[in-house]
Design a protein around this ligand. Sequence first.
Ligand code: HMG
Ligand code: MG
Length: 299
Amino acid sequence: GLPAHVTIYEVGARDGLQNEKAVVPVEVKAEFLNRLADAGLTTLEATSFVHPKWVPQLADAADLLAMLERRPGVDYPVLVPNERGLDRAVEAGVDHIAVFASATETFAEKNLNRALDSQFAMFEPTVKRALAEGLRVRAYVSMAFGDPWEGAVDPAQVAAVGRRLVEMGCRQLSLGDTIGTGTPGHAEAVIDACVAGGVPIDQIAVHFHDTYGQALANTLAALRRGVTTVDASTGGLGGCPYAKSATGNLATEDLVWMLDGLGVSHGARLADLVETSVWMADKLGRPSPSRVVKALAGA
Ligand code: HMG
Ligand code: MG
């Protein structure tokens, strides 16, 4: 069966923009988030409190949050890798963070400057203090499907990393197909391994990049397994600067079109999302890669 309702966890302002070479003005980011809220989305990952040298595009995180009118009923999580990031996020009034782990040794080094095992020593005090201060905490596991340096990733390894994060107190675990190589049977295998490893299905979210055009098929497989939170990026923006061959996320519009067809509720208004993607494409100087945006905007 399929769930009656899916929560769309919108990552356009963070994952979508983090890889843009030209710095997007902070006012444009704030307007983007306001438009996404106006379109009915209720979970908007806003930015990252990472080292500004590592992701210069998001160096304006504190300015963005100061300028943003946070809408009632809308949740604005942010990425936080460590205690320094947590300090900055708390200072900015954030009440929901996401830590981001790697399932592979190479990506832990490239993305976090840590060995696989020592990433946990960075997250542990961060998560502990965030929970003690009443924040909500999500965790990602990146390279949960394939890794550009190491190749195929064992689902049992993903489950082992995921379990440690959930035991730390992370409320949700988002399985990241960072480079988009996964296929639907693989999505089922990774989810099943996590559940078998002790991560409850209602705590699992999926995060598919659409590099190989598999994101929507993988999402459907995940929904059939009982997943009810799906990460997506309006317009299909995105990519990770520390993972070669990572392109945009599953486009929110493509997800919404499928959910509407399946009769699964989600709360977003497709026309408003498409209008936002057309507006953002103009700001970025490039058309949205989303098939649904192309079809509906006639771009
Ligand atoms: P590091 O250099 O090992 O940091 O970087 P450190 O702990 O050794 O500290 C060095 C200096 O940086 C210190 O300053 C710290 O204060 C400062 P100093 O004392 O030398 O003056 N510092 C910071 N400053 C501001 N904010 C901070 C911060 N932390 C330390 N948060 C670190 C380690 C984790 C910080 C670095 O590797 C980093 O920022 N990495 C982030 C990379 C990133 O953002 N990648 C993209 C997001 S992940 C993704 O896209 C995947 C995802 O979408 C899921 C999927 O698709 O799979 C989530
Ligand atoms: Mg991502």
